[in-house]
Ligand binder design. Structure first.
Ligand SMILES: Nc1ncnc2c1ncn2[C@@H]1O[C@H](COP(=O)(O)OP(=O)(O)OP(=O)(O)O)[C@@H](O)[C@H]1O
Ligand SMILES: [Mg+2]
Length: 398
């Protein structure tokens, strides 16, 4: 009887622990902690002002498509990254809060943890765990810093990102299509383990195409699947394509597009395909790597090409990618032609026509594509309107 009561008691405690969380982030030094429900997710504006030295430039970590990101130190001693969403969402605070609540439940060791948000003042803000090594692009595309990324680390990043994406696509409480997988959205922890950032951000701007028209991002050239860039057609395979480009960048240590390398090599995907067809795949491997497991490298290159195939159905899903990476005995199929057409160029939006864009979506919200190609002469323009990337729904039915 005593055992039964003890068991009941410990079950009750476990239950309470999952429902309640001791929240310290707003508590001043020495003040008692508030005990709040998990869904109480707000940071006081004042707390974030103090944490970031009033959003001083010195604290700024970077500036991306949604606004600046600041490093901060909150009263419980935890370092955080505060992302100001400079773009106004059409959502009200309640919808914004609901989206944040959902994103708080999306947790995995290969995803950056969202800690909460702030909806006071003119800008909404998101508060994330701070990652001391910032993002993969800082290392990968820097001649000196890239030496920190030996082959073992790179392979771990390739598998870690695959694991995080698999979680987003198949295991999270709601399916999330990231839509912006790229080196700057892969953050690195103190041991250079990868964590995907910025998943789910587009949920906060549903149907808001006004800022999308005017806002341009650079640096994401070449990550976008052609069907998405050209027609706004969105599916999990859109992420698979971007992941494939990322894998090729990790193996080669270069950006997906680099004009300075000359016409033949400028487009990473094109160049890789050429090498593959000529049986010279390993020439792609970053020359700055002192040592490299050639079997793994060749497998990663083939995997990258498989993910970037023009034919959407032929691209593996993240489950298969994960299987290929974790099994020794898996023979990878031969990749077909990569989807090179349509990734280049400059896109803008001209219409407000709505269109549902995913064959796999059962309840995806509608999308404003209206993407038209703006002639950019014969050179590639590394700038896109964010419209075709961010307006469509990231949430897909399964
Ligand atoms: N949680 C974090 N910890 C440490 N550094 C971060 C964190 N989040 C972002 N950063 C840094 O801030 C920079 C800007 O991030 P941000 O996401 O705004 O821009 P981006 O990734 O370059 O573009 P995008 O808006 O398209 O994602 C990143 O490159 C990264 O170095
Ligand atoms: Mg980012």
């Amino acid at each position: 009887m005593v055992h039964v009561l003890m068991g009941l008691f410990s079950n009750l405690c476990a239950c309470l622990q999952t429902r309640l969380r001791i929240r310290r982030h707003n508590a001043a030094e020495g003040a008692p902690d508030d005990v709040v429900e998990t869904n109480d997710l707000f940071f006081e504006l004042r707390t974030l002002e103090l944490a970031t030295n009033f959003f001083s430039e010195l604290n700024q970590l970077g500036h991306g498509g949604f606004g600046p990101v600041y490093k901060g130190l909150i009263p419980n001693g935890q370092e955080v990254a505060v992302k100001k969403l400079s773009l106004t969402s059409r959502q009200g605070i309640r919808e914004f809060t609901n989206e944040v609540k959902l994103l708080l439940k999306i947790q995995h060791k290969n995803l950056v943890s969202l800690l909460g948000c702030c909806a006071q003042g003119p800008e909404m803000m998101l508060v994330y765990e701070y990652l001391p090594n910032r993002s993969l692009d800082y290392f990968l595309f820097d001649k000196v810093k890239s030496t920190c990324l030996d082959w073992t680390t790179r392979f771990r990043i390739v598998t870690g990102v695959a694991r995080g994406l698999l979680y987003l696509h198949e295991e999270a409480p709601e399916r999330i299509i990231h839509r912006d997988i790229k080196a700057s959205n892969i953050l690195l922890d103190e041991n250079l383990n990868p964590k995907i950032s910025d998943f789910g951000l587009a949920r906060l701007f549903p149907g808001d195409d006004t800022h999308m028209n005017t806002f341009r991002i650079s640096g994401t050239y070449g990550y976008m699947a052609p069907e998405y860039a050209m027609h706004g057609y969105l599916s999990v395979k859109t992420d698979v394509f971007s992941y494939g480009v990322l894998v090729l960048e990790i193996v080669s240590g270069r950006k997906n597009h680099d004009r300075q390398l000359g016409a033949e090599k400028a487009d990473l995907l094109n160049y890789t395909w050429m090498l593959y067809q000529g049986g010279k795949t390993l020439e792609l491997v970053d020359p700055s790597l002192a040592r490299c497991n050639q079997d793994e490298a060749a497998m990663c290159i083939q995997l990258g090409l498989l993910c970037c195939q023009q034919n959407i159905a032929d691209r593996p899903d993240m489950n298969s990618v994960h299987l290929m990476l974790s099994s020794d005995s898996f023979t990878l199929p031969k990749p077909g032609k990569p989807g090179i057409q349509g990734r280049g160029g400059r896109w803008t939006t001209t219409t407000t026509s709505a269109l549902t864009n995913s064959a796999t979506a059962t309840n995806a919200s509608t999308t404003n594509t209206g993407a038209t190609r703006v002639s950019g002469g014969n050179s590639f323009i590394d700038e896109y309107s964010r419209n075709s990337m961010s307006v469509s729904s990231i949430e897909e039915g399964r």
